[in-house]
Write a protein that binds this ligand. Structure first.
Ligand SMILES: [Fe+2]
Length: 380
């Protein structure tokens, strides 16, 4: 091992065969040579903002010939290349512990309950289209609370597309780019009848069910048909306290979902309760009408089914469910992996009811949010 003494100060950088240890404000930290060479600031193009350096083309594994600290920067002279790397010590702190890079879109979720309707974040279509700060607050509401209502929507097909494109792209499902919810003579889906629709998340049979759902009410003059929305995070967090073992089973067991008709046979395995990278409840996948015949060992079902039923009952409790009428001209935008939704039965002959819906990806929503709030790696 070669010990280098920096020109200024008493801190030491020690070089090894695979990397170096550098004194940072948080203590001495080790960095791998491949990582240091690959992430040299010169490895990135300020025009494309992509990495332009190709580590596959190095003839030898990267190795420092010498390293020192200058003006708060680590300066490395590479052994096998005529190249110098200069990195800020403060910047190195971010990566010193091997933790994920801070993400401005990784905001703590705020659970809500059945009395939330008056507090649902509301925006007008025109302000979202013209005001970046309103757009930022809208995306933040969907990330944090999982639900928002956009009003003053034009009564056109294009309005829904335009709203989605403020956060991302329309995400097709196997039903296509959009779906229309009104009574059908030969329904292929409970939604297309006037019956009650129990609380669910959409398209659980897809490998990756879409993350954000948009329901644009175009006409609603029927009797009944109130909309039901509940926060799966609030219910699952309470379930975690009430029945930790039941919670664990629902969060760890993959169960089959399906959607089948003449020309399609979609199948997937999902977990009822979904956890995020922190182990916190991220959301749910739940749908009684699309839960397939469960093909798990029958003995496992001795514990899975009681947990599923007690969680399902909890989720339907008035404590969690907002009941309201979505009016014509309103579009509810919600996290399809978090917010359960349903509908009371309505009288199909009492008036018109027409909803047009579509989806977007959560990742695209977060991307737009980050672009609105963060500095970006090459922004001035
Ligand atoms: Fe639905």
């Amino acid at each position: 091992m070669n010990i280098m003494h920096p020109a200024a100060g008493f801190a030491e950088i020690s070089l090894s065969d695979t990397g170096l240890s550098v004194p940072l404000a948080s203590g001495t930290k080790y960095f791998n040579y491949f990582w240091l060479r690959d992430n040299c600031p010169s490895s990135f193009s300020s025009v494309t903002r992509e990495r332009s350096f190709d580590i596959f083309h190095l003839d030898q594994p990267p190795r420092a010939a010498s390293a020192q600290i200058e003006d708060g920067h680590l300066v490395i002279n590479w052994a096998e290349e005529d190249h110098t790397t200069r990195m800020s010590l403060a910047w190195l702190e971010t990566y010193a512990e091997g933790k994920r890079r801070p993400d401005p879109a990784d905001l703590p979720r705020k659970a809500w309950y059945g009395d939330h309707y008056p507090d649902v974040a509301r925006f007008s279509f025109s302000e979202l289209s013209s005001n970046k700060e309103a757009l930022r607050r809208w995306l933040e509401a969907v990330i944090v609370e999982g639900v928002s209502i956009v009003d003053d929507m034009p009564d056109t097909d294009q309005a829904l597309t335009d709203l989605v494109q403020l956060m991302g792209q329309v995400r097709p499902t196997f039903f296509g780019l959009y779906f229309d919810v009104r009574t059908h003579i030969n329904p292929t889906n409970t939604a297309y009848t006037a019956s009650a629709l129990e609380l669910h998340t959409d398209t659980p049979a897809e490998e990756h069910a879409p993350g954000v759902q948009f329901l644009h009410m175009r006409a609603n003059s029927v009797e009944g048909g109130r909309n039901l929305f509940g926060d799966g995070v609030a219910a699952a967090n309470d379930f975690r306290t009430l029945d930790p073992e039941g919670f664990r089973i629902l969060a760890e067991t993959d169960v089959p979902f399906y959607c089948e008709h003449d020309g399609y046979d979609m199948r997937s395995y999902q977990r009822i309760i979904e956890l995020d990278q922190h182990g916190e409840v991220e959301g749910l996948t739940i749908s009684q009408h699309m839960l397939d015949l469960i093909d798990l060992p029958q003995e496992l079902l001795d514990t899975w089914y009681p947990a599923f039923c007690s969680f399902g009952k909890l989720l339907q409790d008035d404590k969690y469910i907002m009941r309201f009428t979505l009016h014509a001209g309103e579009c509810i935008v919600f996290d399809n992996h978090r917010i359960v939704h349903g509908r009371a039965a309505y009288s199909a002959t009492s008036g018109d009811r027409y909803l047009r819906g579509t989806y977007a990806d959560r990742a695209e929503m977060r991307s737009t949010y980050r672009a609105l709030v963060s500095e970006g790696r090459f922004k001035a």
